[in-house]
Design a protein around this ligand. Structure first.
Ligand code: SF4
Ligand code: SF4
Length: 413
């Protein structure tokens, strides 16, 4: 590790001083759902090491001092933390815009009222599909009906509502109905995010990667909805990296606008960066957030454009897409500094092409989660970290073992 740090220190600190605008506060990795595309790490840490209430308050104060204006309380499921209203109230006092990113399990009326009183500004609820059977099969637990209740209650209480749907092979054919559901629930914003193959999704890419024709059709449906719903509901459609020609500007550039603090206090440029083994992410338990943001080797490793290899180094797009995603580059090529294979100019593009072709050749229809035949490819449902139990305000949801997986074996790691 010492050698790694020495190597990292050789990377010169960029002259530009960046300011973070958004903080993703991952309060816990505990969650009652088991989504197979979850962005949480596949190797989940023991929850006993979660930051305390006082530690989170210090983090928020330091984030505010750095210029952060927007805090997203996320997880896992942030409602698992009993101190959530206290943390929201503290962020509100610091005049940050507060957003709850939730599965909605545990978002009872009394909890919602408590959060409203604390100053919570808006709520984002994830949906797995438009109907219960498929949605519950994807979530690995019975959650859909409770999400519907929670979304209606969210609007009744006057919170702005965002609905987030992660799109993949299984639910893409339901896109029109998911848009209709978001309209019916009176959402102000609908995020339709093609699966990013990081975290658990990378482990499940064979089951989740949509076909090209599905993506083409989804794109047309999303574009039509954007036009039709303009002024009523904002529809965001996040393109798929694996089936495109150019990468997205991941996090708007490494260490440029956003930071993530994970449940144990490690600070990362994005929530999945922990997958890069050559980087050591410093903790708020050892350093100030200011030092980590401005000075830490990990935050400076991929800042700016100096670190970029060719063809990015001399490309006109380099300050637009920032060379793509470092985590994706690592997962697909073994080196986070390589040009993202999601770019057709990347020397590693053929590795992604071969991977996609292989998945396409062996893709399974009918889709995985609700198929009645047994398939050989397992789905890896996201597991919980060991340690503290997943306690919720409502009775705990039924175990995923009671949900049909359509013949797919559930694999825990
Ligand atoms: S399991 Fe699902 S609901 Fe829970 S944190 Fe992961 S993606 Fe979110
Ligand atoms: S070569 Fe690099 S900077 Fe240029 S488009 Fe591709 S990823 Fe972006």
């Amino acid at each position: 590790m010492e050698q790694q740090n020495q190597l990292l220190m050789k990377v010169s600190t960029p002259k530009v001083r960046y300011r973070p605008f958004g903080l993703l506060a991952e309060l816990t990795y505990r969650c009652p759902l088991h989504c197979p595309y979850c962005s949480n790490p596949v190797e989940l840490a023991h929850t006993n090491s979660e930051l305390t209430t006082e530690e989170w308050k210090r983090v928020m104060q330091e984030a505010s001092d750095l210029g952060v204006l927007h805090i997203l309380f996320s997880g896992g499921e942030p409602l698992v933390r009993k101190d959530l209203p206290e943390l929201v109230a503290y962020a509100h006092e610091l005049e940050m815009y507060t957003n709850l990113i939730t599965s909605a399990i545990g978002f009872t009326r009394s909890r919602a009222l408590e959060l409203k009183e604390a100053g919570l500004d808006s709520v984002q609820i994830s949906f797995q599909a438009d109907e219960a059977q498929l949605a519950d099969a994807i979530a690995g637990t019975k959650a859909h009906s409770r999400k519907l209740e929670a979304a209606r209650m969210t609007r009744e209480l006057g919170f702005p509502l965002t609905i987030n749907v992660v799109l993949h092979r299984e639910n893409m054919g339901h896109l029109s109905r998911m848009i209709a559901l978001a309209e019916e629930l009176d959402a102000q914003r609908l995020e339709l995010a093609n699966t990013q193959f990081l975290g658990w999704a990378f482990k499940n890419k064979e089951a989740l990667l949509p076909t090209r024709s599905q993506v083409k059709e989804a794109h047309a449906i999303a574009e039509a909805a954007q036009v039709r719903l303009r002024g009523k509901m904002e529809v965001l459609y996040i393109l798929p990296d694996y089936l495109g020609d150019r990468p997205k500007p991941c996090m708007n550039g490494w260490g440029r606008r956003f930071l993530t603090v994970n449940p144990m206090g490690e600070v990362l440029p994005c929530q999945t960066a922990g997958v890069i083994p050559s980087l050591l992410f410093d903790s708020v338990r050892q350093h100030s957030l200011q030092w980590i943001w401005h000075e830490s080797p990990a935050f400076n490793r991929f800042r700016g454009t100096e670190w970029m290899p060719e063809p990015c180094q001399s490309c006109t797009q380099r300050e637009i897409d920032f060379g793509g995603c470092r985590c994706q580059s690592f997962l697909l090529t073994g080196d986070a500094a390589n040009t993202d294979p999601a770019c057709s100019l990347s020397p590693y593009r053929n590795q992604l092409t071969a991977l996609v072709e292989n998945i396409e050749q062996h893709s399974i229809t009918p889709p995985a989660f609700t198929a009645t035949t047994t398939h050989t490819r397992p789905i890896h449902f996201r597991t919980n970290p060991k340690g503290l139990p997943v306690r919720l305000a409502q009775p705990t949801a039924p175990s995923r073992d009671r949900i049909s997986t359509g013949g797919y074996p559930i694999v825990s790691i």
